[in-house]
Ligand binder design. Structure first.
Ligand SMILES: Cc1cc2nc3c(=O)[nH]c(=O)nc-3n(C[C@H](O)[C@H](O)[C@H](O)COP(=O)(O)OP(=O)(O)OC[C@H]3O[C@@H](n4cnc5c(N)ncnc54)[C@H](O)[C@@H]3O)c2cc1C
Length: 569
């Protein structure tokens, strides 16, 4: 069994992981990036619509305020300030590295409108913004000589609870089943989002939230997991995303009665209200019988008035998606859409420099998180569109800089062969299990029940029901059997490992949602439809024990200049 030693091990090769790797490598730290996918297949590459920045820096405070209000005042205002202040330099840096953003006729970077923003702020590269940013940053990381450990699956965090110190991960090479230890002074998780635990979602198959569960299994907390974003415009049926850029460019929503129903829900912002508001409006129209399409279970997204030239120029990818998945040309016809699980506001709690927290008051040592898997809490209860690529790039870089600053104070805890055993045992147990349960069936049950019971609308009954379903699935998971017993590219084994992770953090989504008896941002309780700042203006920290039982504690929200107000659009 091999033990590889580094200064910094980064798990995740999306925009966050690569932004960090560039910093650690530039500072001369021996760095490797572990990814279960080829880096360019990381989900950052799927981001379509844009990346926010107040390029006119006088507008930075309004970017801040829009983000705070968009997040229904749950975001930490000091972290949001950092995000917005770092935004213009993040865009300029990406541009200097070679990212080609779309331009206005006068040569300035073009910016489009996105939901919940008081000004057009999303810089974009047609509707392939994430791909442009990811390719650029990957090229730079590769040029600098960052070592990539591709198609390796990180399965165990090496962590000493007494000293609260991390010292790397153990991981499995997907091609051969080999397990090795990647031992480091600093370990960063940038493993992306977790919306894959829902049946209808916009996420890649890889977005199974593995990193989050590895933290939970070491007794570490996750923050605000109940806040899952449902994007208003997933293609009906598949949930594949039609970016907010479509509404940013002027797209309109109509119900089955041909009413532009957003006039009722957000009279000023209409289709460009924040995502939580638009998703609820869509689901409400459908639930009250005003849906569109044969089964009245969709809503029309209308772009036909925009014309072929604009769509070809600014939204070509979206046109392709609607054609490929539904056979519809959005230049000529309206597209049926519905809300789709999309983004994870919750994640690993960190301080503003990306150090992972061990509890409400204590930090870990040598352990960091950035990007969608982290909860530095810049999005609060609801992320604004185009703020996530920004978070991944800006806080990924901050994580790298923090590691460089911390490294001399971090001693290497030397890993040995026993550190590979926990993960090796887990894989062996799955391979040799002889029960009658199948992963695919359990996963389908989890996803469908999460959508039904912990989706856009939830209440006490549905969440209690979901708690029992998860407990039952946990029990059944202990009796699964894999048909494929081989070591070579055993995708069934990988899916079983991923399902185990999904079960872990789903329990936290449900527990957080059950205890939060209010409605705030993306978390909407039909039995508690109002926001309750007195009791719930606080972050949830959730822990999971070995038996799958959850425990919640709470932490203060950092309020700065902006006192919570009623959110109207
Ligand atoms: C369809 C879609 C469109 C979007 N459009 C926009 C947009 O226009 N603007 C915007 O701001 N945001 C957008 N987002 C959100 C944004 O793309 C993501 O939040 C962001 O890219 C996340 O970056 P990341 O680096 O944190 O994670 P990712 O890019 O998801 O990378 C995660 C990495 O972790 C690795 N990994 C995960 N688990 C393991 C494991 N067990 N072992 C080893 N490696 C592992 C993966 O291989 C991958 O390299 C969109 C999201 C979706 C789904």
């Amino acid at each position: 069994m091999n033990i590889y030693r580094y200064d910094a091990v980064i798990v995740g090769a999306g925009l966050a992981g690569l932004s960090a790797a560039i910093e650690t490598k530039k500072a001369g730290l021996k760095t490797c990036v572990i990814s279960k996918l080829h880096p360019l297949r990381s989900h950052s590459g799927a981001a379509q619509g844009g990346i926010n920045a107040a390029l006119n820096e006088a507008d930075t405070t309004s970017h801040e305020f829009d983000t705070i209000k968009g997040g229904d005042y749950l975001g930490d205002q000091d972290a949001i300030k950092t995000l917005c202040q770092k935004a213009p330099e993040t865009i300029r840096r990406l541009e200097r590295m070679g990212a080609v953003f779309s331009r206005e006729a006068d040569g300035t970077i073009a910016q489009r409108a996105f939901g919940g923003q008081s000004k057009p702020r999303a810089c974009y590269a047609k509707d392939r913004t994430g791909l442009t940013c990811l390719q650029t940053i990957y090229e730079q990381a590769d040029r600098l000589g960052v070592e990539f450990v591709e198609e390796w699956f990180a399965g165990d965090l090496l962590y000493d609870p007494l000293s609260r110190a991390a010292y790397g991960v153990s991981a499995m090479k997907l091609a051969t089943g080999e397990i090795a230890v990647f031992n480091a002074k600093a370990t960063l998780f940038a493993t992306g989002g977790y919306a894959r635990c829902y049946a209808t979602n916009s996420n890649a198959h890889a977005n199974t939230g593995d990193g989050l569960s590895l933290f939970l299994r070491k007794g570490l907390p996750l923050e605000d997991m109940e806040f899952v974003q449902f994007h208003p415009t997933g293609l009906a049926g598949s949930g594949v995303l039609i970016s907010e850029a479509a509404r940013g460019e002027g797209g309109r929503l109509y119900n089955g009665l041909n009413e532009r129903f957003m006039e009722k829900y957000a009279p000023q912002k209409l289709e460009l209200a924040p995502r939580d508001v638009v998703s609820r409006a869509i689901e409400r129209e459908i639930a009250e019988g005003r849906g569109a399409g044969e089964n009245k279970d969709a809503i029309w997204l209308d772009l036909t008035h925009l014309g072929e030239e604009l769509i070809a120029q600014k939204l070509p990818e979206l046109r392709d998606l609607a054609k490929s998945f539904l056979g519809i040309d959005m230049v000529k016809e309206r597209v049926p859409i519905r809300a789709t699980a999309h983004y994870s506001m919750g994640g690993v709690p960190t301080d503003n420099e990306c150090r992972a927290k061990a509890s409400e008051t204590l930090l870990t040592s040598g352990l960091y998180a950035a990007g969608e898997c982290a909860c530095v809490s810049v999005h609060g209860a609801n992320r604004l569109g185009a703020n996530s690529l920004l978070e991944a790039a800006a806080f990924g870089r901050i994580a790298g800089e923090t590691i460089v600053r911390d490294i001399n104070d971090l001693a290497l805890i030397k890993a040995d062969a026993t550190d590979a055993l926990r993960f090796a045992d887990e894989t062996q147990r799955l391979l040799s299990s002889r029960g009658g349960e199948r992963v695919a069936a359990l996963r389908e049950k989890l996803q469908k029940s999460m959508s039904a019971n912990a989706g856009v609308f939830r209440d006490q009954t549905s969440l209690k029901n979901q708690t029992e379903i998860i407990a039952d699935l946990r029990d059944r998971f202990s009796r699964i059997a894999l048909r494929d017993k081989s070591k070579l590219f055993n995708t069934e084994l990988q899916e079983a490992l991923e399902f185990g992770h999904m079960l872990d953090y789903s329990a936290l989504i449900v527990a957080g949602a059950l205890s939060r008896e209010e409605s705030r941002g993306a978390h909407y309780r039909t039995d508690f439809p109002n926001r309750n700042d007195e009791t719930f203006l606080r972050h949830t920290l959730g822990y999971l024990n070995d038996e799958g039982k959850t425990r919640l504690t709470y932490a203060d929200v950092t309020i700065g200049e902006y006192q919570p107000e009623t959110r109207k659009y």
